[in-house]
Design a protein around this ligand. Structure first.
Ligand code: GLU
Length: 430
């Protein structure tokens, strides 16, 4: 049975990991609830002179490993429940990535496509006014997420600077280069996933035979991933977005699709010649070696998981596969590279940006790429090894690694450690 709430579904992963490894009771207790969740009403003046209010949230889930870190999304279906689930995933993701961060997340319940650019700027600034006391370069560091970008991060950083009366570039990442953003942040999520795929290629049995990929969600992460794959010899046979999907067994013209997206249209409009429209759900059943969900949570569920023909699912989105679908994919022999490992390239380059900001440095693109690749490969090896030795899926292995690191941090702050917690923590620490 699918749990009612997104957050409950996210916690099922914790319980699943706890079945395979003893996780310290202190860690389990801390991670069952978010540390802080703040809700605010953002009221802005619209271009037509009217006032309009929007619900907004920021969650600091857990800061045992460092200041909380995570994006802000603008979406018309966002809820507090979703923000908590996403902040929980960020907590484990930052631990798996070995970053000195806890997990956080924010959202505004809005359809950003209905706002003008000036309204969007007022909304972004209102978000920071509402949460300025909650965030900070050593407390909680936002970044882009679904439907937010460098421009929005720039407005937000500027608003924060005005409130505190200082220039604090490390309060937010994913900024424009001119305001202290990092080279390589724009395609970091896709590049990190791509590095991991290349690194694990042999172990995933993807180095021989055809290399066909399907991209579910041709947005920022999905489009960058498509380009990186094509450049290294893959064929993108299908791609979708919220407006529809296109399919061509000979390979889609990724550059043409990027142009269509840049013009504000759906990939559906790329259907010409041998490229035809296809139902986005039907697209999951297309023959391919690699499926990349790069849009939203819960898109692969028990109703459609059995249709998947891919050998490997690489989760660039957060939470795209439900726990029920996970079990079905595992049974069918499909390897899932989980979100908390596969999409950690984004937050890793955010970390590089924060380090540069604090040291007053600027790294070259070459250095960003090199350090990202070496971190992705190292974490990939660690998670793979745990999966192999414990005979668990990669997701469970990633949770074991992340929870082990969280346990070490939590126990390091506790004077009295019960013998059970100590033993469990030692075993979980990887
Ligand atoms: N929103 C991205 C994620 O879900 C990036 C977060 C960050 O850079 O802090 O991982």
């Amino acid at each position: 049975m699918m749990a009612e709430s997104e957050f409950e579904r996210a916690l099922q992963r914790l319980d699943e990991a706890a079945r395979h490894v003893e996780i310290s009771p202190d860690t389990m207790e801390r991670l069952r609830l978010p540390r802080e969740l703040l809700q605010a009403r953002l009221t802005i003046r619209m271009d037509d002179g009217s006032l309009k209010s929007f619900e907004a949230w920021r969650c600091r889930y857990d800061d045992s490993c460092g200041p909380t870190k995570g994006g802000i999304r603008f979406h018309h279906h966002s809820t507090a429940d979703e923000v908590e689930a996403l902040a929980f995933w960020m907590t484990v993701k930052c631990a798996v990535a070995g970053l000195p961060y806890g997990g956080g997340k924010g959202a505004v319940r809005v359809d950003p496509h209905e706002l003008s650019v000036t309204e969007l700027e007022r909304l972004s600034r209102a978000y920071i006014r509402a949460f300025a006391r909650f965030i900070g370069p050593d407390r909680d560091i936002p970044a882009p997420d679904v439907a937010t970008n460098a421009t929005i991060m720039g407005w937000m950083a500027d608003e924060y600077n005005q409130i505190v009366g200082q220039v604090v570039p490390g309060v937010i990442t994913g900024k424009p280069l001119a305001l202290g953003g990092s080279l390589g942040r724009d395609d970091a999520t896709a590049r990190g996933g791509f590095n991991l795929l290349e690194h694990l290629c042999g172990r995933l049995d993807l180095d021989n035979g055809p290399r066909r990929a399907v991209i579910q969600g041709f947005g920022n992460a999905g489009a960058h991933m498509a380009r990186l794959l094509v450049d290294s010899g893959w064929t993108i046979v299908a791609a979708s977005d919220s407006g529809g999907a296109v399919f061509n067994p000979q390979g889609l013209d990724v550059a043409a699709l990027e142009k269509i997206k840049a013009a504000g249209m759906s990939v559906r409009n790329g259907a010409t010649g041998a490229t035809r429209q296809i139902d986005p759900d039907e697209m999951l059943g297309v023959d391919c070696e690699l499926l990349v969900p790069a849009a939203f949570q819960d898109l692969i569920h028990e109703g459609n998981a059995e249709r998947i023909r891919a050998k490997v699912v690489l989760e660039l989105a957060n939470g795209p596969v439900t726990p029920e679908a996970d079990a079905l994919l595992h049974k069918a022999g499909v390897t899932v590279i989980p979100d908390i490992l596969a999409n950690s390239g984004g937050v890793t380059v955010s970390y590089f940006e924060w380090v540069q900001n604090r040291q007053g440095e600027r790294w070259t693109l070459e250095r960003v790429h090199r350090e990202l690749e070496s971190r992705m490969n190292a974490q990939g090896d660690i998670v793979w090894k745990v999966a192999e030795t414990r005979k668990v899926p990669l997701r469970t292995a990633a949770y074991i690694v992340g929870l082990g690191r969280l346990t070490s941090a939590i126990e390091a702050t506790t004077a009295v450690i019960s013998p059970v917690a100590e033993a469990a923590g030692r075993r979980a620490a990887v």
